[in-house]
Design a binder for this molecule. Sequence first.
Ligand code: GDP
Ligand code: IMO
Ligand code: MG
Length: 428
Amino acid sequence: MLNTVIVGTQWGDEGKGKIVDLLSEHADFVVRFQGGNNAGHTMVVNGKTIISHLIPSGILQQKKCFIGNGVVVDPFVLLEEIDYLASNQVDVSSDMLKVSSRAHLIMPYHKEIDKAREEKKGDKKIGTTGRGIGPCYEDKATRRGIRCCDLMDLELLKEKIIAILEEKNFYLEHYFHTAPLDKVQVINDILAIRDRLLPYIADVSVALHKGSTSGKVILFEGAQGTHLDVEHGTYPFVTSSSTVAGNAAGGSGVGPGLLQEILGIVKAYTTRVGEGPFPTELFDETGERIQQTGAEFGATTGRKRRCGWLDMVMLKNAARLNSLTGLVITKMDVLDDLEEIKICTAYQHQGKTIHDFPPDIHTLAHCTPVYETLPGWKQTISKITDYADLPDNAKKYLQRVEELSQVPIKIVSVGPGRESTIIKAPVL
Ligand code: GDP
Ligand code: IMO
Ligand code: MG
């Protein structure tokens, strides 16, 4: 397998975890390059479900995993996840996992601010996961974040926490009218886990470079999706990191020349969790049916996901922004029962047809989808493992997605399990 980047093409939850787990078999290293524990990546192996939020999904295949500099790391969640995986017989020793010394730490005040902000915004909220992601990236950009390497020097760490807490507590108390954090407690809590964390911290950039020059194959695991990207997504209803493939390099500390294959994961319909415009959203019985059949509940927050038809304006946007070399279509089986299936090919806005994803949410909120309707296949496809055995109407649907996106489909997923997969074209 070539070095491969996995990115979501929609608003996250496309099934990246399943595909990373599947492809990890052919990789040596698996790297997360952005986001944090706002992600929820589900893997189903031998009927058992494992959800990872922070640790790369390659860990189930026991490949060497890395958390890159572009990730924001909640150290408490990291240790909990190590324990959770260990209790499921997955080895997450410090030989298996390295966390970049340059990665920023999500601190307790980031979580407090995330929640207080959402509460204050009321019905104008973004619908964040409340994990402190935005406030942590904010501190990174304003150069007052605490990084993993800061855990090395105890005195310096204490000094930094005391200095920043003065400001954060003022903000919490006087702007949000919530309780300030106790600096002794914040320091003691982090000191209590410091010794466990230290063996995991390393220069991930150097490790990846060394591996790559000795022929190791790297799989880059994106979190969220292209339309949650802080620059290219439905701003401000986005996450706070760059979710597109280009950031696989910057966020893991390798040069862009190492990114060879770029696979866009596409759910056969569209979902979104949290607020923000969604042109093809369904408010009818079909939307309800997709939500139920697809078990569309957030893997991190348990929230019900909003559902709608596949949107090619979005997919073409993702193909361009990520230089996609292949598509992976997931959850095809969820559409099995439908009489007909729609694909949005363009938007109508104020009497004009739009083919390019608009930059502002006000335009997007007033876009009406232009649909093409295809016949459903009305057949259970979840046991099919050979492309040739798919019903004709399922093949027609996939062919139309390829034609409209101009990107070849390489894998089709027909169930949550690792085995419920059709390899259409070689990616290995
Ligand atoms: P991720 O965030 O992109 O990794 O996706 P999530 O794990 O949040 O959500 C995808 C959900 O769909 C999970 O519950 C997966 O187990 C499930 N899933 C993945 N692929 C398929 C598929 O082809 N068919 C069905 N029915 N479920 C799938
Ligand atoms: P995976 O990797 C779906 C959404 C949140 C919210 C917005 C901002 O599992 O696909 P944040 O907490 O990041 O500041 O929230 O982004 N969001 C996701 N939606 N899948 C995800 O990750 C998401 N991570 C964040 O719901 O709308
Ligand atoms: Mg998810």
